[in-house]
Structures are given as structure tokens and as C-alpha cells.
Write a protein that binds this ligand. Sequence first.
Ligand SMILES: Cc1cc2nc3c(=O)[nH]c(=O)nc-3n(C[C@H](O)[C@H](O)[C@H](O)COP(=O)(O)OP(=O)(O)OC[C@H]3O[C@@H](n4cnc5c(N)ncnc54)[C@H](O)[C@@H]3O)c2cc1C
Length: 294
Amino acid sequence: MFDITVIGGGPAGLSAALYAKRFGLNILVITKELGGSIVDSYSVENYLGFGSVDGEELIKRFKKHCDDFHVEFEFDNVLGIDGENDDFVVYTDHSTYLTKKVILALGTNNMLLGVKGEKEFIGNGIGFCAVCDGMFFKDKKVIVVGGGDSALSTALMMKRHTKDVLLVVREDVFTAQPMMKNLVKDIDVIFDQEIVEFMGTKRLKSVKFKDGTEMNVDGVFIRIGSKPDINLLSHLYLDVDDEGYVKIDARMETSRRGIYCAGDVTNGSNKLKQLTTAVAEGSIAAHSAYEDLV
Ligand SMILES: Cc1cc2nc3c(=O)[nH]c(=O)nc-3n(C[C@H](O)[C@H](O)[C@H](O)COP(=O)(O)OP(=O)(O)OC[C@H]3O[C@@H](n4cnc5c(N)ncnc54)[C@H](O)[C@@H]3O)c2cc1C
């Protein structure tokens, strides 16, 4: 029986694990893979104290920090959680774990176009986060895919870095709010168009469109949505918001006693889905679980 089982090995989960371990608790981290979405970043330059560091290196340091405090890891896929306060069962592909508290740090999955070459160039020309990676495309040619609010705001952010921004929208209209549409009046747009292939060698060089035309490009930001994958939480009947993000209170506790949540998967008190908020929420979740255990 673990005191706390943390699900997710991204920044939120690792921060929760470190804090929980330092509270002297018996804890386990179960994660499909180490690092989460930050591993896709070219370079992180907004995490206080680190200057410029690539996402993978940062996660290595997070992991080493956890290892220094003997945090236990299981690399496995969590299929489901069942139970009640102080008596939960976590089911994975390979095992079953008993735990008093659960911290969910599942992150979100960026929705992808599902076309040839796409997965290959994530982090090498294809990105999702203009706040994080926009400055690496200074004066370069950038395509932003999507016609909703997040695509349009990404295009606007990218305009600060380069004049050469093109919005590629699958529909023949924007689905964004009217105010956003007004703001992008000066940005080039192709409606009713889709990328069907990403091409290059190690880095993205060009894209092919559905009409067969090709275009050279330095970067593509795919902003067609990102979604928490919360199927594994179905037995818990947690309250989620309209977009599927898990609702939490100020202590990072969910609607279910004993289940806490941190990082990108939460509806959060603000919408800044970044390392700094994930790490902070992880530590608050661990502290709240600790308070409820002692
Ligand atoms: C390309 C890119 C660049 C970015 N750059 C920056 C940046 O420069 N600065 C910044 O502050 N933020 C950046 N971000 C945002 C930042 O990565 C996220 O805000 C942060 O990683 C969120 O952490 P998290 O722990 O909540 O989720 P994640 O990092 O997504 O981690 C989720 C973890 O949960 C695990 N998991 C999910 N489901 C299961 C399951 N069923 N069973 C077991 N494990 C599971 C995953 O394997 C993963 O380890 C970037 C994001 C992207 C995509």
C-alpha cells in the first residue's frame, strides 16, 4: 500500500513526487514515459534559473533530482483507477497497485493532423507552443495550422517574431471569435486547404498541400486543439469542465476525496499551461495529500 501514487512523469508528476518523498511518504510514480510534452521543446528559456536548456536535458535533471531522493518509478500505462478515499486501486497494463492517495499529472495530448512525416518532425520544425518556441523562428517562414482562437493567437504571437506567417485553415471560414478575426486581418490566410505531408531530412523543409502544391517552410505550428485523455478516470466520475480538463480546488483536490490533480490536465486557476505552473501545482498537490494523510 503506497501513501501516494503519482500518475504521470512530466514536470507536474515529478515535482509532486519529489515533494511527497521529502515529506517522508511512501510513494510511487507510474508513467508511460519520462518527461511529458516538454521533451518536444527545442529549447526552454523561460524556466527560472536555467537560462537556456533543452527540454530533454531539463527532464534528465528533474529525474536525477528524484533519483537522489530515491523516488520509485514504474514505466507502465495506467488503464484505470477505482476505489475511495485512502483505498484506491490503480490498474496498469502489467500490474495492480494499492494506494491511499492518487495524484493525477497526465498532461494533455496535442491533436495531430495524422499525416505523413508529422510525428518525425515534432520538435524539429513542428511545434505547438508559440510562447515557448516562437523566438526560434525569428524572420523565418512559419505556417500556423488551424482556424480557431488558439491558432489565431499563435499566428499573432508569431507575427512578433517574423513577418512571414501564413494561416492554413481547413474550413472556408475561421471558427475563432469575431474579435480574434479582426486582429488577424493583416496575416496571410489560405482557407479550404490542408497539409497532407511534411517533408525534410532531419529538420522540416517543406509541406505538401491537398491540391498537390508544395511550399518551403521553416516551422509549422499545429493548433487544432489539445485534449486531456481522461478515459482512464471514467470509474472515478470526476468533475471535468466542458473541454475535459479535470476540475480542481485551490488545494489541487478533485471532486473526489483523495484524488488530486496537477499540471496541464487540470482546468487550473489560470490557463497558463507551462512548466512553472505544472511544477507549482505538483508541489501543492503533494502537500495537500500529505496534509490529508497525517
Ligand atoms: C513543443 C512544446 C514546447 C514547450 N515549451 C515550453 C517551454 O519552453 N516552457 C514552458 O514553460 N512550457 C513549455 N511547454 C509546455 C510544457 O511542456 C507543459 O506545460 C508541461 O510539460 C506540463 O506538464 P505536465 O506534467 O502537466 O504534463 P506532461 O508534461 O504532458 O506529462 C504528462 C505525463 O503523463 C504521462 N501519462 C499520460 N497518460 C498516462 C497513462 N495513462 N499512464 C501512465 N502515464 C501517463 C505521460 O507519459 C507524461 O509523462 C511546451 C510544450 C510543448 C508541447
